[in-house]
Ligand binder design. Structure first.
Ligand code: GAP
Length: 394
């Protein structure tokens, strides 16, 4: 973990929150590479679970919600951790409004789900979806954790990626199994080490107040096996308490749908991916750190180098290559130090390919593409570079 945290800080993935004022525990700031990595994860998730499906409705609801929501959902009463024999509610509380008598208590959402429930009727009125269907969102959540720890693992504000899938009660087990498989699919798709992921059937006494069945997807983090994602059967708990229901136009029946809910922590995904991908090995007789991230997830896809930084014609040609690739994908320019050092620098941020413009380029318009994992180089024509990389990224 120390090595990962130090790499993250040094290379601009993740910094301690408010560091110049001594930091604020439980907060971390994503630097340029971390922000890119986080964005790639969210984009892949949105593509898989929302955009590519016909039964999922996207949402971006408010972070602040009035006390009534949390009274109905049961969070006021139950979203607590034990502290010195008392129950400590971990929701952040604040007020909206300025004038006396016109203020109202609000809470920063500790989960996304309530945004989906309070908009359930809106989605139905706008789209008339047929059951089963889901409402999905990605967004910030806040929990006043008593003891934040283990880097991104337990923090006080974090992004969740979550959806509520509305089904008939009789079908909940079928869809629970279905979404469990889809979650495994996602785990494979983003390149997490499958051998490090384990399902845990959560015992009734450890389940959240709204759940009748929960499976945790646990991950072998460097500090132990801990929860990565959750899959919960929320029954009709939330819709019932918000006094919402569903009318089936075909069968003319009115009923309260039941809910299967997969939840993915985005920060825990970043941490699991970094610890899956981090390796120290030797290449060409030299020690190196390498992040073996899937190219689709890696923050930078390709780096472009002129062989020497002080040769005008090399720089001009390398700039041309850079300009060809820049509109297509995330590209980094590096002309600092020798080529070996530049490869090492790209390896440790997980860049899958490095393109070098050398003296041969000036003669025959070819460049080398070097592969992060094998160290192998191939020469290709500059005319083909764009298609070649886009093909590799598919
Ligand atoms: N709506 C369901 C729900 O929020 P949860 O088990 O409380 O369920 C879901 O949280 C996920 O959120 C966890 O599996 C984890 O990935 C992430 N998570 C929860 N607390 C967190 C924290 N303090 N820091 C980072 N991630 C957290």
């Amino acid at each position: 973990m120390k090595k990962i945290i130090s790499l993250c800080k040094r290379r601009g993935f993740i910094y301690p929150g408010s560091e110049i004022y001594g930091g604020l525990s439980g907060t971390w700031d994503y630097g340029p590479l971390g922000a890119e990595l986080l964005y790639n994860i969210k984009e892949a998730w949105w593509e898989k679970f929302v955009k590519s499906r016909d039964d999922m409705y996207g949402l971006a609801s408010s972070i602040i919600m009035p006390e009534q929501v949390w009274a109905a959902s049961g969070h006021l009463e139950n979203f607590t951790d034990p502290l010195e024999g008392e129950k400590f509610n971990t929701m952040f509380k604040s007020k909206v409004g300025a004038l006396k008598g016109e203020t109202a208590d609000i809470y920063l959402r500790p989960e996304l789900a309530q945004g989906m429930f309070v908009n359930f009727k809106n989605i139905i009125d706008s789209y008339h979806p047929k059951i089963p269907f889901g409402i999905a969102q990605i967004g910030r959540c806040f929990r006043n954790e008593i003891s934040p720890r283990d880097f991104l693992f337990r923090v006080r504000e974090f992004d969740l990626m979550e959806f509520e899938y509305f089904v008939r009660e009789k079908d909940w087990e079928k869809y629970f199994e279905y979404w469990k498989k889809e979650m495994w699919d996602w785990i494979k798709e983003i390149g997490l080490d499958k051998k490090k992921v384990h399902e845990l059937e959560v015992a009734p006494e450890n389940r959240a107040h709204y759940s009748k069945r929960t499976i945790d997807f646990e991950y072998d983090f460097p500090f132990g096996r801990k929860e990565l994602y959750g899959l919960a059967y929320r029954t009709d708990h939330d819709l019932k308490n918000h006094k919402l229901d569903y009318y089936d136009e075909e069968t003319k029946e009115r009923f309260i749908p039941h809910v299967v809910e997969p939840t993915f922590g985005a920060g825990r995904t970043v941490l699991a991916l970094l610890s899956s991908a981090y390796e120290e090995d030797e290449m060409g007789g030299e020690k190196r750190i390498v992040l073996k991230l899937k190219p689709q997830i890696a923050p930078i896809k390709v780096a472009v180098f002129p062989l020497l930084a002080n040769k005008e014609n090399l720089i001009k040609k390398a700039r041309e290559v850079y300009e060809i690739l820049k509109p297509e994908t995330a590209v980094m320019w590096d002309d600092n130090g020798n080529i070996g050092k530049r490869y090492r620098r790209q390896d440790e941020i997980g860049t899958p390919w490095c393109v070098t413009v050398d003296f041969e380029t000036l003669e025959n318009n070819t460049v080398t593409i070097r592969d992060r994992d094998t160290g192998k180089q191939e020469r290709i024509d500059i005319k083909e570079i764009k298609n070649c990389l886009l093909e590799k990224l598919k």
